[in-house]
Design a protein around this ligand. Structure first.
Ligand SMILES: [Zn+2]
Ligand SMILES: [Zn+2]
Length: 226
C-alpha cells in the first residue's frame, strides 16, 4: 500500500482513490504538457463548453465539455480526509479530453502520493501553485475533478439543481424475478466507508473499501449480506 512518507503512522494512509486500475506511469520529459487536459487549445479545437471551474485565487481555471461525469464517488479514505482537510472527498470522473486548462500546465503543482514526490507522475494530485486549492486527481486516462470548484449560476436553489449533475445518484436496482436475483446497476457510490468520519444517510451504495470487491455497508456502516 502506498504511503505518504511525511504522515507515516501505525495506520498508514491509503493512496487517494482512483477510478481504474491505473499503473504508475511516467511520461518522458514534458510530453504531458502537450496532452489533454494541459495542451492549450483554441475554442474551436476544444468545442462547446458546458462547465467552467476555478481555484480560490482564480489563477487556475479549466473548462469541461461533457454535461455529466462518467461517474461520481464520495471517498472516505484517510488519504482523502487528510489531503482535503475534509470528512470525505467528492470526485466526479471525466475523460482527460473532456477537460482543458485555460493556462495549460502553468500555475499548477503536483503531488504523487505513491512516490511522495512533487514531480509530475500519474496518478497525481493537481493543485494551484499559488492558493493551493486542490484541483483534481489525475490518473492515466481519467481525471477526478472536485465539483465544489465548478462555477454555477442563479439562485441557491438553481445552483443546487445544477450541482446535482455531479452527485452520486441513488441506486438503480434491476430485479430479475425469474432468476430470483437483484442486480445493482449503479456504480456511483461511497467508497472506503469503513474509514468514514460521519454516517451519510443518503441511501446510496456504500463499499467498505475501493469497490464491489470489498464489503457492502448500510448507511450506518453495518456489513450487508451479499
Ligand atoms: Zn489558486
Ligand atoms: Zn480517498
Amino acid at each position: 500500500m502506498a504511503e505518504m512518507g511525511a504522515f507515516k503512522t501505525d495506520n498508514p494512509l491509503p493512496a487517494p482513490a482512483v477510478t481504474n486500475n491505473i499503473s504508475e506511469h511516467t511520461l518522458d520529459g514534458e510530453e504531458w504538457k502537450h496532452r489533454a487536459p494541459y495542451q492549450v487549445q483554441s475554442p474551436d479545437e476544444f468545442g462547446p463548453i458546458k462547465w467552467r471551474a476555478q481555484c480560490k485565487c482564480r489563477r487556475v481555471s479549466y473548462a469541461v465539455k461533457r454535461d455529466k461525469p462518467l461517474n461520481a464517488k464520495f471517498c472516505h479514505c484517510r488519504g482523502c480526509q487528510v489531503m482535503h482537510g475534509a470528512p470525505f472527498q467528492w470526485a466526479a470522473i471525466f475523460h482527460k479530453h473532456d477537460l482543458s486548462f485555460t493556462n495549460g500546465s502553468a500555475g499548477l503543482s503536483f503531488y504523487s502520493a505513491s512516490h511522495d514526490s512533487q514531480k509530475y507522475d500519474v496518478p497525481t494530485k493537481v493543485s494551484c501553485s499559488f492558493c493551493h486549492t486542490l484541483i483534481m486527481d489525475e490518473g492515466r486516462n481519467m481525471c477526478l475533478v472536485f465539483p465544489q470548484l465548478i462555477q454555477l449560476e442563479g439562485s441557491q436553489d438553481e445552483q443546487r439543481k445544477q450541482r446535482d449533475a455531479f452527485r452520486p445518484t441513488y441506486v438503480y436496482v434491476c430485479r430479475l424475478p425469474r432468476l430470483n436475483m437483484t442486480v445493482d446497476l449503479s456504480s456511483r457510490c461511497h467508497i472506503f466507508y469503513e474509514q468514514r468520519m460521519m454516517d451519510i444517510p443518503d441511501g446510496i451504495t456504500k463499499w467498505s473499501g475501493m469497490d464491489e470487491n470489498s464489503q457492502r455497508m448500510d448507511d450506518q456502516g453495518a456489513v450487508m449480506e451479499s
